[in-house]
Design a protein around this ligand. Structure first.
Ligand SMILES: *Cc1c(COP(=O)(O)O)cnc(C)c1O
Length: 421
């Protein structure tokens, strides 16, 4: 049973990829309905836009929801709407996708990067050390679906009177305690991009309990009919509702119809992912030094956008890259090294920040180093977590294929250079 990476035949005769997004029957029906209605632009809060916003708002027991053209647009709208502007500092995870922070530059605000905890979540204690007189907000990302410690983070925000924004783009349906993520701060944003747990193809959504935040967000990206219909007439900005402020962040109704058909599945998907994640973790435990990073625990339920494993080379004797190559070679292609989500402190936008509206005189990088984010980036890989439950053929094929591949590699572990067996 020579490993395929050394020229043997692959363990899987049919290579495994994970297909996403799910095309539910309801999605298909809603997309066709929308198409045949001829309504390919929704100007106000009506139709599938209103239905999705209403369902999403209720899911989060929040007062307002606003669909946008992307998660990036939802974040930009949130940052503008909570009042961030030139020179304001925002504490921001370095271990996130860069879109969490990038819209801040549009406003002249400056992201100040914070290292993560060993599980990849935001470290409020490290953030506290970086607070200055200019710190106005904290943005946290529930990375790969695992909720950050919201007790610590909300306490920190209260102590310094700073605004909290949550980037929930990986974490649709995740909960901290019994409370869904996206309900702890002033505003929250979700991406509905095609890879995300609820997928419109392209799209995003903002949720808030603040009328002021909702109205300002509409002003930024939803001029004319929607802003005129929805904004509070007594808001001093209402007189700008017809023109907005120069951006258009409306989403495509076909995408929203597609996402609307997935939303009723969310609770069930999250529940099934808990079971699937334990099965995957127990399969991986056959490989010494391959450690799960971001499991649900008694305080929090991960949405498992992905399950991340760290390869501790001291313990394993095998490098992350060699192991990932070996798994791919056996025909299991859903193991991925997340390159697009490399830590922000290595990217030019943060080593040398610029804004179209402000000249920065302070750096984004204030900590001497970001060892935990670096360690995760250098040593981890991720795997998708299926969501359809034990009765589903695709899901079982996916997990049993992983079992076959990992079983073969574990058996041949020493040929790969591994220790510990
Ligand atoms: C996907 C994503 C975004 C951006 O969303 P888009 O819809 O692609 O604009 C922002 N933050 C995180 C953490 C993401 O994963």
């Amino acid at each position: 049973m020579t490993l395929a990476t050394f020229g043997g035949s692959p363990a899987l005769s049919h290579p495994i990829v994970y297909r996403w997004p799910k095309v539910t029957e309801e999605s298909e029906r809603l997309v066709l309905n929308q198409l045949h209605s001829g309504q390919l632009s929704i100007y106000d809060r009506s139709g599938v836009v209103a239905q999705f916003e209403e369902a999403f708002r209720q899911y989060h027991d929040a007062r307002f929801a606003l669909i946008t053209s992307s998660g990036t647009a939802a974040l930009h709208s949130a940052y503008y709407a909570v009042g961030l502007g030139p020179g304001d500092e925002v504490l921001c995870p370095t271990y996130t996708f860069f879109a969490t922070a990038m819209p801040l530059f549009q406003l002249g605000a400056l992201p100040v990067l914070v290292d993560c905890r060993t599980d990849g979540t935001f470290d409020a204690a490290l953030a506290e050390d970086l607070i200055t007189e200019r710190t106005r907000a904290i943005v946290v990302t529930h990375m790969w679906g695992l909720p950050c410690d919201m007790n610590q983070i909300t306490q920190l925000c209260a102590k310094y009177n700073i605004v909290l924004i949550e980037d929930c783009s990986h974490a649709h349906g995740a909960t901290w305690g019994s409370q869904p993520v996206g309900t702890f701060g002033e505003a929250a944003a979700w991406s509905l991009q095609t890879q995300k747990i609820i997928a419109a193809g392209e799209g995003g959504i903002l949720v808030t309990n603040s009328r002021e935040v909702y109205d300002k967000a509409q002003l930024l990206g939803h001029f004319n009919k929607r802003a005129i219909q929805e904004m509070d007439r007594f808001n001093p900005y209402y007189r700008y509702a017809a023109t907005g402020l120069g951006l258009k962040y409306r989403a495509h109704p076909l995408g929203i119809a597609f996402a609307l058909g997935q939303l009723p599945m969310l609770r069930q998907w999250i529940a099934c992912k808990q079971e699937a994640a334990s099965r995957i973790t127990s399969i991986m435990s056959a490989l010494p030094g391959v450690i799960p990073l971001n499991m649900s625990d008694k305080n929090r339920t991960s949405a498992y956008y992905a399950l991340v494993f760290r390869v501790d080379q001291e313990q394993s004797g095998v490098s992350r890259d060699l192991l990932v190559d070996a798994i791919h070679a056996e025909g299991f292609h859903d193991i991925d090294i997340p390159k697009a989500t490399s830590p922000l402190h290595g990217l030019t936008a943060f080593t040398d920040p610029i804004s179209p509206v402000f000249q920065y005189d302070r750096p984004s990088l204030r900590a001497p180093s970001y060892p935990l984010a670096d360690r995760i980036a250098a040593n981890s890989f991720k795997v998708s977590v299926p969501c359809e439950g034990v009765d589903d053929e695709d899901e079982n094929r996916f997990i049993s294929a992983l079992g076959v591949v990992v079983g073969k590699i574990a058996f041949e572990w020493s040929t790969l250079g591994g220790r510990g067996l």
